[in-house]
Design a protein around this ligand. Structure first.
Ligand code: GLC
Length: 804
């Protein structure tokens, strides 16, 4: 079943049925002001921090309420509806609507009783407030008088948790007042006599507003209970039913902003207004509202700016292939998803309630990979930041606070850090993610100078990027387990695996092997031959250890427990086959050709399903070892044999690296949101963004996906597709073009900005193969193999690749 379609030209997803199987949301704004809005206008907003800057309330785990509601009331017959289908929820036989989620804006159009409305929600570029721009048109043949009411439910406290659970406190600090064109909410209003710059118990007055521009406020309400009425829901607020608001603010209880205006429309006439909300003091709010006096002109311009901004960002890599689903993901939605994870980390969604007040090390370093081909400068800045969150012993800070202060942070070795963040120990993999990320950035840009840039450590001291990476190797060297492979520590990529300091993780061992392979290239560039030979030797030793201790009959195991027990052995009753050690054996370059074929075939046979490959099989139930925390989850969910979507990205890459384009693409399609547009009732999640996992075959809800938007899947699948399937593999000095595609692809095109040049790449596949290069022409000149050295690039470079 489908609920909408992709509008390729406008880069919008159009929801044509509002009763979607879950709220389908969009992100608006920036870290200065963030807003999440669903197709039924549900959602919340915050300034600077999802945890501590919450402005509009949302009740999680409920039925997508409250939200940014606009009610329309026909004063002739007192009938009313909303500009989004919910909350009033008119009968869909009479109420026609369409929601368009675009890049950082959302539009909702509704037609009911001869009135067409369109509301556009957005946060203007570079601004820290939100706009709900409404246009209303009279399509009937008589004059109509409508009362339009905007409703914003303020939180009582900027801290989400205080607002939701500490009611004996948070209900007694809020007041709302009316200021002509807006409701102004004051939190801790009673502190208004405190001198500027001073605080009482760390508290000051904070101020939010909800205002109207383009029309006059006829009545208002500043208290939730007064607006809704006791025992009324958002579907039938007293204030809307009666057609006039009570003109009363709140003092204690729950504040809100509700503003009504009356529009009289002649047949065919349209009018435009704008509601504006934000966390601003009185004078600033007044100034902002004054800017929207002519909403029609201002809002149109601002939305165009947003479109230009985002379309420019994603324009640097565009493809045209025989697969519409692939194109729409790579060109628009996966790209946009990557920017959202890059910007919002795991802070705020409808699943992440906003309490994570920091960046997870591995997640953030992984997220960077998804935007390198689109916005390398943004990536560089975040890489610097993450290197400055590496401790001088080489490990990463498991949680990097939003207030991160390089050179002055405590570490997991300090009780204070553990107390503050709740992260008791280092994780085995955190700093190892730096290797592919830093490498990809330098290879994309050719910015070799970055290798020598000096960056502080989190706790003390500074080092060049090269030395930071060397130190990450040292960290793993200093944390080896019994067999000489990296210890599992508190966890590796899999948060549910506690292998401890005496246990060992095969996945981390492979990452470590890969890290050494990457760092050898740096050492060679630095002409650091002593270190290069050191890495050569250590990598060889590690490779031999992995082969000796982790190869089990026809697969790689997952690791060793503290007591030396093997995890993921073929003969184990549960969890005897794991996905990541197979894909990573290939990605890291450790697996031999025979092993590669054997393990990837076995993955397909044992783990693949129609929605992607499950993380391991069979799920833990009766045979979990002590550190196998996955057992706490229902079988088929999350790390307990769910289809962990991020791992599909590595599998796509591994298959592409072995040249099996069919399989790589199959894995892409099985879990690609766009490819499931027609089975939305099964997947449930938005068909335009990734989720953390899909329930596996052990679950009765097989195929249902969860934890939308903010997941490492976005960047990892992007890399799997761009580097893997499309074969864009830059190195320090140029770029390999090495696609692995389905045989049926006769030809496809890639437009890529690369090191200040524009590459127009045309790949022909007349022989219908899956990979391999017969001939590569650059500006008509034949290259050696499939490699384009930097010096061959011109401002407009034409690249023709003939596969064989
Ligand atoms: C979640 C975490 C991520 C972890 C993954 C697997 O997605 O955010 O850090 O790697 O789960 O456990």
């Amino acid at each position: 079943m489908r609920y909408g379609y992709f509008d390729e030209e406008n880069k919008e997803y159009v929801i044509t049925r509002p009763d979607t199987p879950a709220p389908w949301v969009n992100y608006l704004g920036s870290p200065e002001y963030g807003a999440i809005v669903s197709n039924n206008a549900g959602g919340y907003s915050f300034a600077k921090s999802g945890a501590n800057g919450r402005i509009l309330r949302y009740v999680f785990n409920q039925f997508d309420q409250p939200g940014r509601y606009i009610y329309l009331r026909d004063n002739e017959n007192a009938d009313y509806w909303s500009a989004s289908w919910q909350p009033v929820g008119k009968d869909l036989k009479e109420y026609k609507c369409e929601c368009r989620h675009g890049t950082a804006y959302t539009k909702m159009k509704a037609q009911y009783s001869g009135i067409t409305s369109e509301v556009r929600y957005y946060v203007p570029l570079g601004r820290s407030y939100e706009v709900w721009n409404l246009s209303v048109k009279n399509d009937s043949d008589r004059e109509r008088e409508l009362t339009i009411t905007g409703y914003a439910e303020f939180t009582n406290h900027s801290n989400y948790e205080q607002d939701q659970v500490n009611l004996q406190y948070s209900q007694f600090i809020t007041r709302t007042v009316f200021r002509g064109d807006r409701v102004q909410q004051l939190i801790h209003a009673n502190l208004d006599q405190i001198e500027e710059g001073k605080e009482v118990d760390h508290k000051i007055v904070s101020s939010r507003f909800f205002g109207l521009a383009g029309a006059e406020v006829k009545s208002w309400s500043g208290e939730k209970e007064g607006f809704l009425g006791r025992y009324h829901g958002y579907d039938r607020p007293t204030g809307v039913e009666s057609g006039v608001l009570e003109n009363k603010g709140n003092y204690n209880g729950n504040g809100c902003g509700a503003l009504s205006t009356v529009l009289t429309l002649q047949p065919g006439e349209a009018k435009e207004i704008a509601f504006v909300a934000g966390m601003k003091k009185d004078a600033e709010a007044a100034k902002i509202l004054a800017d929207y006096k002519d909403p029609a002109a201002v809002c149109e311009k601002e939305i165009k700016e947003l479109i230009c901004h985002w379309h420019e960002k994603i324009s640097h890599f565009q493809i045209k292939t025989p697969s519409q689903e692939f194109d729409t993901m790579i060109n628009t939605w996966n790209a946009y998803n990557c920017f959202m994870t890059f910007i919002w980390s795991r802070a705020a969604s409808f699943t992440y309630c906003g309490l994570r007040n920091g960046y997870g090390y591995r997640d953030t370093v992984q997220d960077i990979q998804g935007v390198i081909h689109l916005a390398p400068e943004m990536a560089k800045e975040k890489i610097r930041f993450m290197l400055s969150a590496q401790v001088d012993n080489g490990g990463g800070l498991p949680l990097v606070k939003f207030t991160h202060n390089p050179g002055h942070e405590d570490t997991p070795d300090d009780v204070s850090y553990v107390q503050e963040t709740g992260h008791p120990e280092y994780r085995a993999d955190d700093a190892l993610w730096l290797f592919p990320t830093v490498y990809k950035y330098i290879a994309e840009t050719g910015d070799l100078k970055f290798i020598d840039e000096v960056i502080p450590y989190a706790n003390k001291g500074t080092a060049t990027v090269y030395e930071h990476l060397k130190q990450a190797i040292t960290f793993s060297m200093n944390h080896l387990g019994k067999h000489g492979m990296p210890a599992g520590l508190y966890a590796d990529w899999n948060d549910c695996l506690r292998l401890g300091k005496d246990g060992e993780s095969a996945f981390v061992a492979m990452q470590f092997y890969y890290a050494m392979r990457i760092l050898k290239e740096f050492a060679q560039y630095k002409e650091d031959s002593v270190y290069q030979s050191y890495l050569e030797e250590k990598q060889k030793e590690l490779g031999a250890l992995i082969q000796k201790y982790c190869w089990n009959e026809d697969r790689f195991i997952r690791g060793y427990t503290e007591t030396g027990e093997m995890i993921g052995r073929r003969s184990d009753p549960e969890a005897n086959m794991w996905l990541n050690p197979q894909s990573w054996a290939v990605i890291s370059g450790l697996a031999s050709k025979d092993q590669t074929n054997q393990i990837l075939d076995l993955v397909y046979e044992r783990l693949n399903t129609e929605y992607g490959a499950i993380l391991m099989d069979p799920p833990y139930h009766a045979h979990a070892f002590d550190g196998a925390l996955a057992v706490i989850y229902n079988a088929g969910s999350k790390e307990n044999a769910g289809i962990f979507s991020q791992s599909q990205g590595w599998l796509i890459l591994a298959e592409a690296l072995r040249g099996n384009g069919e399989k790589a693409f199959t894995y892409f399609m099985e879990n690609a949101p766009a490819a499931q547009n027609d089975r939305a009732e099964i997947r449930k999640l938005e068909p335009y963004c990734y989720g953390q996992f899909t329930e596996g075959k052990a679950s009765p809800n097989f195929g249902e996906s969860h934890v939308h938007w903010l997941t490492g899947t976005a960047s990892t699948v992007m890399v799997g597709c761009v580097e893997g399937i499309l074969g864009m593999r830059p190195d320090f000095y140029g770029i390999h073009v090495s696609p692995s595609v389905p045989k049926s692809w006769e030809s496809f095109e890639i437009e890529k900005d690369f090191r200040g040049c524009h590459l127009q790449i045309k790949v022909s596949n007349p022989g219908h193969v899956q990979s391999g290069c017969r001939e590569l022409l650059v500006n008509g000149k034949k290259m050696e193999g499939n490699y384009i050295p930097q010096q061959e690039l011109t401002a407009q470079t034409t690249v023709e690749l003939f596969m064989s």
